[in-house]
Structure formats: structure tokens, C-alpha cells
Design a protein around this ligand. Structure first.
Ligand code: NAI
Length: 707
């Protein structure tokens, strides 16, 4: 009887006339080199074992195979390659069955597609998510998936990277049979025995033709996808390669299609976008590891309170309600409370209107919401988030009330954007319970949550902040206390760089365009118009007294705000928004204001290339990012990256500003800063960390520890 007794990652053992091949490579059965070797050996064993009439491939643990081992990317290839293993499976002379439970993703699904028969139990998730890492299926996925399920469905999976459940996979033709229970091994074994008993033929996906039979319809689907992809994935590398490879499935023999797939796959591997996206993938997992989450257990959070039902308070309430938590909202008077509740209801009414929620579901959610103007209603809350006006005196008054009514051990959090949380904490009797939870607007949608850690806070309170982020499905980033924490502090600096360029001769419209072409969804002046110019104006006024009188201060934004032009909500800001329009058009009057300000400041405008705009914009962002890491406001450069990916629309394929700086090369970034410093040495002060890294010949990624 064929068996391999050693504790291998792939084991095989015959059960009756079926050789059962089990992949056991925790945690997710990734297809590292040893698994690939084991699979190849298992197929050899199946061929050699005269008593084996069929082969069954299953995964141990909670998944079939979650994908390739992405840590191997960019390293020298080790044999056998995954395409080779897939082809060995496909060419097996005995019927091979894949029984799928849990994840069959990427290379995992490509293994399954190389089997001759597929069964999925209800827990199965099938997908080809390579696109999310700047890649494409590279082990026959682009050639086998269309042959099995047609161009349209295959492209949908490969371009979106989404997962299909077992039922959908059956409907698509991705699997042949739906299992009923949880035991993929038992169901797969029964299926394999049945196939062996019926002398079922080997059925190679490479030879499948039915799904592609209607060539005209298939080609039409391909062209529609090509046009959509060119529009939607502008600037992204791998989606068009996926379309190109899929076209080969339609027009070339299988082996030629495979050769093209390999060529395109290697181009994706070499693309900086792949490096950026994989960095983002690791970084968003790495941010979950903070010293406090290792040192302490979170406190229980079963009910929440919110103080302030404005833009942020209402959004945070929705995020908590969506996570199944009961929420009590405190407002200063009944009319404000009614507005707060209405804000919350409006979000759900919007979902009802779009058909994404039923009235009954809304009623069930709102049953967990209560409001009061009396703080005593917070007596039982495990965690309270304060989101009142950005004013230290108001916040301290609120915290005094929380100190009075909240139970011992309750976490008392503030959503302040800029204020000193150490000062807030010091004003009450339990500073160890005070934490910053800085949400982003709209708080029920934006994924970033800065967990701001004041000096006196207990580790378990910080750990509770991370736990809350998990419950709310947000991405937490640990930040230290300073003016603006990680994100807004860096934003303030590159926003000034943009203002400087505007005053020196670039129009806000050109700057926005350059920033969009870099990959952001919006430029900084469009963002101001969306957020409301009055918010930044209020901050500038508050900070006027502490501003360095020698520092350059561009007054254009103040001139625009003085006219009451606060952006979209007032119909004009930097742009004009005629009657309800959401995209603005350039405003000649704004250009006139800019000209007048240039004259007042004695500046002769010069022209900027888009490339110079981005060089300055990014140099300002990276330099302040380096300061933030240097001062331990961010634990590592990757925390800055994740902040910008999730809170500020930074293009994911560039990995974040610090990763981008590594890609450009830190010596080049530093040289730019030194060149810009010749005009304005006060603004362009090279960060000591940047200088040190360049001197050592190191880069930011060297500070990302476990990467
Ligand atoms: P907002 O003006 O929309 O809402 C503030 C709410 O607090 C109002 O409904 C007001 O009635 C209520 N309030 C004021 N004093 C109160 C008191 N003593 N007791 C109970 N309720 C009181 O302001 P917004 O935009 O929601 O901002 C709230 C906080 O969130 C501020 O600290 C702000 O800096 C911060 N923040 C704002 C962001 C934004 O994009 N708007 C983003 C992240 C943080």
C-alpha cells in the first residue's frame, strides 16, 4: 500500500481504491515548495499504486489551500513550480478529485482547476484574488478558468478578486458537486469512490471546450471587460494583463496560452505595483501588533456610549450599531439629541432606499440605540467615545461628567483631531482609562482608526482600542500624542507644500490633476471642498497665535473662506459647484484671488511640471513621515503607510508614502529636500531619521522589523 509515514506537509494514504492526498501546512496550507514537492510525489505514487483507481486531494484544518506562499515571491524559484505541479495533477492517468472546504484561493483554486472533478462543501470560498496583490493567476488560472466557466465569469473572478461560495461555484460550473456537510474528506471520498466505481474518465480542464463554444459571445465579453478595465483600473498594471491572458484562452492552443500567462505573470512579479500591494498586505496585518496588544488583554466591550451626535458622533454610533453593540448617545439638549438620532437614522434610510436594508432590519438596529441629555445614562457603558466640539474647555467639562458617572474600568475615549489628550487625561481622576480613538469621516465607512496612546493610559485600555477596531472591522494604527497624531500631522505639512506651489504659480486645478494621476481619487483642493473649507479655517485661526512668524503662510485659503466659499456645501470653494453638482469646475474668480495674493506677497508666478508637483508633494509627506517615526509617534514606517492607505486615499499599489520613498530611493528624496531647502530652509528641514538612513545606506523597510 502506498504511504509516506514521515511527518510531511503532504501525506497520502490509500483508502479502499482511492489515494487520499492530504495537505497539512498550517495555518492555511499555503503552497510553499515542500507542499509542491509533496503533491508531485503524491501524483507519482498514485500512478505507481496499481490498487489506486482514483485520487482525492483535501486540505487539513480549516481550508483547502489559501494560495501560493507569497513570501517566496521575488526569491529564486524552487522546483517544482506551481504550474508544473498543476500540470502533473491534470496529466494524471487516474481521475483526480479536489474536495474543497474553506479557502481555495489563488494557487489553491488553480490546483483544484487542474483536478478532473471538484466537490465543494458549504464552507468553501473559491477565488482568484491575485489582482489584489498586483498579480494574476500564474499557474493556469487564466487558461483553465475560462475553459471551465467562460470568459465573463472567469474575468469577473480574476478582475475583482472576490470569493465565490460553494453554491455560486456550482452554478458557475467551477465545481461539479455540492457537498452537504462539513466533512470534505468524507464527501470527497464518497465522490471519488463513486467515480472509480463508474470508471469515470479523466477529464482535463485543458481540453474543456463547452464554455467557450460560442466564440462571438465570448469575444464580446472579453472586449467589454477590456474597455471597462481600461477605465476602472486606470494606472494599474495587472488587470490588463489578466484580460490579455484570458484572450489567449480564447484564441490560442492551451500550451501557448500557458506560455503567455507565464510571461505576463513574470512581468507582474517584476512590477513595482506588486511590491507596493504586497507591502500593503503585510503592513495591514503588522499594524495589529502593538506593544500593548502583546502585553495586555482587552477589557470587555458589550455596550458603548457616545457624547456628541454631530458628524462624527453619529457616524461612530452607526459603526458601533453595525457591529451589533448597544449605543447610548448623549447630547447637550433635546433638539441636538433629536438631530443626532436623525443623523443615525438617515444612514439606515439611505440603505433602505438603495434596497440594501429592510425597514424591519433598521428597526432591529435602532432598538439598540438610545439617547439622553443626562450623563447618568452612561453609568453602565463599557466604553464611551467623546465627539463634541473641538474645544479643550468643552472636552474637559465632558470628561469631568464621564469621570463622575462612568463605572470603574470604563474606557473613556476622545475623538479629538488635534487636542492634547494627555491634558484631557490629567484633568480627571482616572487618567489610566483615557484613550484617543481618532475616527475618520464618514466614520461608519472609513476604515482607519488611529489608536492614540497618552502617557498615563493602561496597556489593557490600549488593547481594548484595538479590540474595538476589530469589532468595528476597522484598521487600527497606534499613534502617539502630538498635534494631529500620525495622519493629520503629516497632512498639515504636505498641504502647506501644495499651498506654497499654488502661490508660486501652480493652479489648484493642476495640483489636483497631478495628484489624481499619481493615483489618489481626489486632489487636496477637491478634498478641502468636500470636507468644508471652514474646518481648516477654524483650525488655522486657532493656531494663529502659536504660528512661527518667520514661517511662510499662504493666505489664499483665508481669502476664499472670508467670502463664505466653503466648498461643495456652499456651492463654491476652490471649484464651482453649480446646483447640486458634486464635481467642480475651475473658478476664474478663485484664479483672480490667487493672482492678487501672489502680487501681495511679491511673487512672480512660475510654471510647474506635474512631475515637480508630485516630487514636492511627496517629499513633504515623506519627510514629515520620517519625523513622526523618529519621534515614535508612529511605531514603524509601515504604520504611516497604513494610515495613509486607509485614511487619506493614498494609492494602494504604491504601498504607502514610506514604501514609495523606498521605491524612489531615499538618497533621491533627501537630495530633493535639500534642493527645495535652498528657497525655504525653515519649511524644508530634512528629518534626522531620513538623513541617518541615507548615511547608513538603509531604507524605511529596514525599520519595519518583522517584514
Ligand atoms: P460637530 O459640530 O458636527 O458635532 C459636535 C456635536 O457635539 C454637536 O452635535 C454638539 O451639539 C455636540 N456637543 C457639543 N458640546 C456638547 C456637550 N457638552 N455635551 C454633549 N454634546 C455636545 O463636530 P464633528 O465634526 O462631529 O467633530 C467632533 C469631534 O470629532 C471634534 O473633536 C473633531 O475635531 C473630531 N473629528 C472630526 C472629524 C471630521 O471630519 N469632522 C474627523 C475626526 C475627528
Amino acid at each position: 500500500m502506498a504511504t509516506n509515514a514521515s511527518p510531511e506537509l503532504v501525506t497520502f494514504q490509500r483508502q479502499a481504491d482511492v489515494l487520499v492526498v492530504t495537505i497539512d501546512n498550517p495555518p492555511v496550507n499555503a503552497l510553499g515548495v515542500d507542499v509542491r514537492r509533496g503533491l508531485a510525489a503524491a501524483i507519482d505514487a498514485a500512478e505507481a499504486d496499481g490498487a489506486a483507481a482514483a485520487v482525492l486531494i483535501v486540505g487539513a484544518g480549516r481550508n483547502f489551500i489559501a494560495g501560493a506562499d507569497i513570501r517566496e515571491f521575488g526569491k529564486p524559484p524552487q522546483q517544482p513550480s506551481l504550474p508544473e505541479v498543476c500540470s502533473r495533477i491534470e496529466n494524471c492517468s487516474k481521475p483526480v478529485v479536489a474536495a474543497i472546504h474553506g479557502a481555495a484561493l489563488g494557487g489553491g483554486l488553480e490546483i483544484a482547476l487542474s483536478a478532473h472533478y471538484r466537490l465543494a462543501v458549504p464552507s468553501a470560498k473559491l477565488g482568484l484574488p491575485e489582482v489584489q496583490l498586483g498579480l494574476m493567476p500564474g499557474s493556469g488560472g487564466t487558461q483553465r478558468a475560462p475553459r471551465l466557466i467562460g470568459v465573463k465569469a472567469a474575468l469577473d473572478l480574476m478582475l475583482s478578486g472576490r470569493h465565490a461560495g460553494a453554491k455560486e461555484a456550482l452554478a458557475l460550473g467551477l465545481v461539479d458537486r455540492l457537498g452537504e456537510g462539513v466533512d470534505a474528506l468524507a464527501e470527497g471520498l464518497a465522490y471519488a469512490k463513486e467515480l472509480a466505481a463508474g470508471k469515470a474518465p479523466v477529464r482535463r480542464t485543458r481540453d474543456a471546450s463547452a464554455a467557450l463554444a460560442d466564440k462571438d459571445a465570448q469575444r464580446a465579453a472579453l472586449e467589454t471587460n477590456r474597455a471597462d478595465t481600461a477605465k476602472k483600473s486606470r494606472g494599474l498594471f495587472s488587470p490588463m494583463k489578466i484580460v490579455e491572458a484570458t484572450e489567449a484562452a480564447l484564441s490560442l492552443p492551451f500550451d501557448e496560452g500557458m506560455a503567455l500567462e507565464r510571461k505576463l505573470f513574470l512581468q507582474c512579479i517584476d512590477s513595482p505595483q506588486r511590491a507596493g500591494l504586497i507591502h500593503a498586505f503585510f503592513a495591514e496585518r503588522e499594524v495589529l501588533k502593538a506593544p500593548e496588544t502583546k502585553a495586555a488583554k482587552p477589557r470587555a466591550i458589550e455596550s458603548c456610549g457616545i457624547v456628541g451626535g454631530g458628524t462624527m458622533g453619529a457616524g461612530i454610533a452607526v459603526a458601533m450599531l453595525d457591529a451589533g453593540l448597544p449605543v447610548t448617545m448623549i447630547e447637550r439638549d433635546e433638539p441636538s439629541l433629536a438631530r443626532g438620532r436623525a443623523h443615525v437614522e438617515k444612514v439606515y434610510d439611505g440603505l433602505i432606499q438603495k434596497g440594501r436594508m429592510t425597514a424591519d432590519a433598521k428597526a432591529a438596529v435602532m432598538a439598540r440605540f438610545s439617547g439622553s441629555t443626562a450623563y447618568d445614562a452612561l453609568a453602565k457603558a463599557d466604553l464611551v467615545v467623546e465627539a463634541v466640539f473641538e474645544d479643550m474647555a468643552v472636552k474637559k467639562a465632558v470628561f469631568a461628567e464621564l469621570d463622575r458617572v462612568c463605572k470603574p474600568g470604563a474606557v473613556l475615549a476622545t475623538n479629538t483631531s488635534y487636542l492634547d489628550i494627555d491634558e484631557i487625561a490629567a484633568s480627571i481622576s482616572r487618567p489610566g482609562d483615557v484613550l484617543g480613538l481618532h475616527f475618520f469621516s464618514p466614520a461608519n465607512i472609513m476604515k482607519l482608526l488611529e489608536i492614540v496612546v497618552p502617557a498615563k493610559v493602561s496597556a489593557d485600555v490600549v488593547a481594548t482600542g484595538f479590540e474595538l477596531a476589530k469589532k468595528l472591522k476597522k484598521t487600527p494604527v497606534r499613534a502617539g500624542v502630538c498635534d494631529g497624531f500620525i495622519g493629520n500631522r503629516i497632512l498639515a505639512v504636505y498641504r502647506q507644500a501644495a499651498d506654497h506651489m499654488m502661490e508660486d504659480g501652480a493652479s489648484p486645478y493642476q495640483i489636483d490633476k497631478a495628484v489624481r494621476e499619481f493615483g489618489y481619487p481626489m486632489g487636496p483642493f477637491q478634498v478641502s471642498d468636500l470636507a468644508g473649507g471652514d474646518i481648516g479655517w477654524a483650525t488655522r485661526k486657532r493656531k494663529a497665535a502659536t504660528r512661527d512668524p518667520k514661517a511662510r503662510y499662504v493666505q489664499i485659503a483665508d481669502r476664499i473662506c472670508e467670502r463664505g466659499w466653503f466648498g461643495q456645501k456652499t456651492g463654491r470653494g476652490y471649484y464651482l459647484y453649480p446646483e447640486g453638482a458634486r464635481t467642480g469646475t475651475p473658478d476664474p474668480e478663485v484664479e483672480a484671488i490667487i493672482d492678487a495674493e501672489r502680487q501681495r506677497a511679491g511673487i512672480t508666478p512660475r510654471s510647474f511640471s506635474d512631475e515637480e508637483i508630485m516630487r514636492r508633494y511627496m517629499a513633504a509627506m515623506v519627510n514629515e513621515g520620517a519625523n513622526v517615526v523618529h519621534q515614535r509617534i508612529a511605531l514603524r514606517p509601515l504604520d504611516v503607510d497604513v494610515t495613509f492607505l486607509y485614511g487619506y486615499g493614498f494609492p494602494r499599489h504604491r504601498g504607502g508614502p514610506m514604501k514609495y520613498a523606498d521605491t524612489v530611493g531615499l538618497p533621491k528624496v533627501l537630495a530633493d529636500i535639500r534642493e527645495f531647502a535652498k528657497e525655504d530652509p525653515l519649511f524644508w528641514k530634512p528629518s534626522p531619521l531620513l538623513v541617518e538612513l541615507v548615511e547608513r545606506g538603509a531604507d524605511f523597510s529596514s525599520l519595519n522589523q518583522s517584514e
